[in-house]
Design a protein around this ligand. Structure first.
Ligand code: C2E
Ligand code: CA
Ligand code: CA
Ligand code: CA
Length: 279
């Protein structure tokens, strides 16, 4: 009996992805407070069109400057928020902040698209489209300027419901993008039905493509597939000129990565634009 109980506790502890440890619970409470007290931040990473190297937009990436632990990366606290209802106020905060920034840029004459990452839980939340409509209206930002990135894997939890939500969001005029493409398992039949305009090739395939033939082949096949479905392709994780040039030769539309610009606070964006050579 004892052995069985121990085994069960062992399983529970790990299958709940460690969320119930005292440390995780404390972090959850602190994250909840950080959202309420406006202590999170967004950093912005540029997206560049490969044919002429013009900046076509930015992606908002969430940051949590923690008082004791320093900057916590989203990969460490988003899964925590996703394990509870906290993901809803968290995404609301991100959208509110991103749309506020978009509005300020527009007032400064820097019209640009801004992409925001959303979680599968947001997509499957029945009130999400309405929430989005209200946020766009309250910031007076036209939906065309906002892009939502949804990971390919996220769509697979409930493909039919995900598709219905994407159609409703698309109706608002928001641009949709499939993130981390190549890491999920969506079928071609499903992809064909998606109302998405953009597809982002995962960094794992892009970063090695100049010296790994099979990664280059994956990039090439993804480009053919996306273009056949009339989607534009964004390559993420571009870290050098050789990769940018190779992507351009293969007909990739847009690139993002440290080579062009790291994610930076809004205050750094103007300076980055000037250094990059664009107003
Ligand atoms: P992602 O959406 O795939 O974002 C790209 C990640 O790659 C970012 O990590 C970015 O900083 C990093 N990156 C960009 N260019 C390069 C490069 O050239 N080389 C390398 N090595 N890395 C690069 P980050 O900011 O740590 O975000 C990690 C993930 O957390 C994101 O992956 C996204 O899935 C999630 N995330 C970030 N912000 C949010 C948010 O506001 N809401 C939600 N739901 N998820 C978010
Ligand atoms: Ca993304
Ligand atoms: Ca990605
Ligand atoms: Ca990713």
């Amino acid at each position: 009996y004892q052995a069985k109980r121990e085994r069960r506790e062992f399983v529970v502890y790990h299958s709940d992805s460690d969320n119930h440890t005292p440390e995780r619970l404390a972090l959850h409470t602190q994250l909840s407070r950080a959202i309420r007290e406006n202590c999170l931040a967004l950093h912005y990473q540029p997206k560049v069109r490969l044919s002429d190297r013009q900046v076509v937009g930015f992606e908002a990436l969430l940051r949590w400057p923690h008082p004791e632990k320093g900057m916590i990366s989203p990969g460490d606290f988003i899964p925590l928020a996703e394990s509870t209802e906290l993901i809803h106020p968290l995404t609301h905060w991100v959208l509110d902040e991103a749309l506020g920034q978009l509005r300020r840029w527009q007032e400064q004459g820097l019209g640009t698209c801004l992409a925001v990452n959303i979680s599968p839980h947001n997509l499957l939340n029945p009130g999400f489209t309405e929430e989005l409509r209200e946020l766009l209206a309250s910031h007076q930002v036209a939906a065309e300027w906002l892009e939502l990135e949804v990971t390919e894997g996220a769509l697979m939890a409930d493909p039919e419901r995900a598709l219905r939500s994407l159609l409703a969001i698309r109706e608002l005029g928001v641009t949709l993008s499939i993130d981390d493409f190549g890491t999920g398992y969506s079928s071609l039949a499903y992809l064909k039905r998606l109302p998405t305009q953009l597809l982002k090739i995962d960094r794992t395939f892009v970063s090695a493509m100049t010296h790994n033939a099979s990664d280059a082949m994956i990039v090439q096949s993804t480009l053919a597939l996306a273009h056949n479905f009339s989607m534009q392709v964004v390559a993420e994780g571009v870290e050098d000129e050789a990769t940018a040039a190779a992507l351009n030769r293969l007909g990739c539309d847009i690139a993002q990565g440290y080579y062009f610009g790291r994610p930076m606070p809004a205050a750094g964006v103007e300076q980055w634009r000037a250094a990059y050579g664009q107003p």
